[in-house]
Design a protein around this ligand. Structure first.
Ligand code: PLP
Length: 285
């Protein structure tokens, strides 16, 4: 089946889906994106993802090019046309096409909108979760506004590649004080020996993950002890469990950090239970 992409008002076959070379996303990474999970053909936590999209756009002073309702219709049409059952939808909005000049283009320049979707190998992901993944740490060398979900992802790209080359699935960024900020495309969590579930507070140093937001509700609903505080890589090495969260990975147990086994070196009980329970709390529409 050939894939279809939505590009600036049109549903195009994959081969024809393109943006102009002077698109500011291409020239300057001047744009934002969202990734939403699709499960059983339905969007997971759409409302929260679109609220974050609006915030990212507003922080960068990019106009929202269409209503959220219209965007919801486009997203569902892309899911339908690509026959996505379980997968992800990707949404990108840039400041549009204009003659290359760093400053903002003339008022009225239309932002560019691209929406794509694809199936994920759900069974394969479950097998990965049953084994757990390895993480390596890297210095956090990103700018100070990583709370904006911008397409400017070069440090994340390099960090993920460093992880791949070390045989790991994810890289955790560590700030100058030695505290873990987040993964290159995930939020970072530990469970302490005392059973506290810990993740870094949301400030400008991390992206406010939607999976993170919903998982905090799951953790509280289950009566688990939750602490929003920074933790170091050393604390993580000695933790009972560690895991990462994102829309495409849900809750993924971490079994090694920088080559050191976490807990008994197998996926943690809590992480596994939270993965199982996540969708009971997520919104599906
Ligand atoms: N942190 C970063 C840097 C990310 O890129 C992502 C997702 O892409 C996340 C965290 C997790 O966010 P979400 O749970 O909304 O997918």
């Amino acid at each position: 089946m050939s894939r279809i992409a939505y590009v600036n008002g049109r549903y195009l076959p994959w081969r024809e889906a393109a943006v102009h070379i002077e698109d500011r996303g291409y020239q300057f990474s001047d744009g934002v994106y969202e990734v939403c999970e699709v499960r059983g053909g339905r969007l997971i936590d759409e409302r929260l993802h679109l609220a974050r999209l609006e915030r990212s756009l507003s922080e960068l002073r990019i106009a929202m090019p269409m209503s959220l309702k219209a965007l919801g219709i486009v997203m569902r049409e892309v899911i339908r046309r690509n026959r996505v059952g379980d997968g992800i939808i990707y949404l990108q909005i840039t400041r549009g096409v204009a003659r290359r000049d760093h400053a903002f283009p003339a008022a009225g320049t239309m932002p560019s909108v691209v929406v794509t979707a694809r199936n994920l190998d759900l069974a394969g992901n479950e097998r990965i979760a049953a084994e757990g993944v390895a993480v390596v740490t890297v210095p956090d060398n990103r700018w100070e506004r990583v709370d904006i979900k911008s397409v400017s992802l070069l440090p994340n790209v390099l960090a993920k590649q460093a992880a791949r080359e070390a045989g790991a699935k994810e890289a955790w960024f560590v700030d100058r004080k030695g505290f873990v900020t987040e993964g290159s495309s995930t939020n970072a969590w530990i469970v302490t020996r005392e059973g506290e579930v810990v993740t870094r507070p949301v400030d400008n140093g991390i992206l406010r993950g939607i999976t993170r937001t919903v998982l905090i509700e799951v953790i509280k609903a289950q009566g688990l002890t939750f602490k929003e505080r920074a933790f170091t890589a050393e604390e993580a090495y000695g933790a009972r469990e560690a895991f990462i969260t994102s829309a495409s990975m849900i809750v993924m147990p971490v079994v090694r950090i920088d080559g050191r086994p976490i807990g008994n070196g197998a996926p943690g009980l809590l992480a596994t239970a939270l993965r199982r329970d996540f969708h009971r709390h997520a919104e599906s529409a």
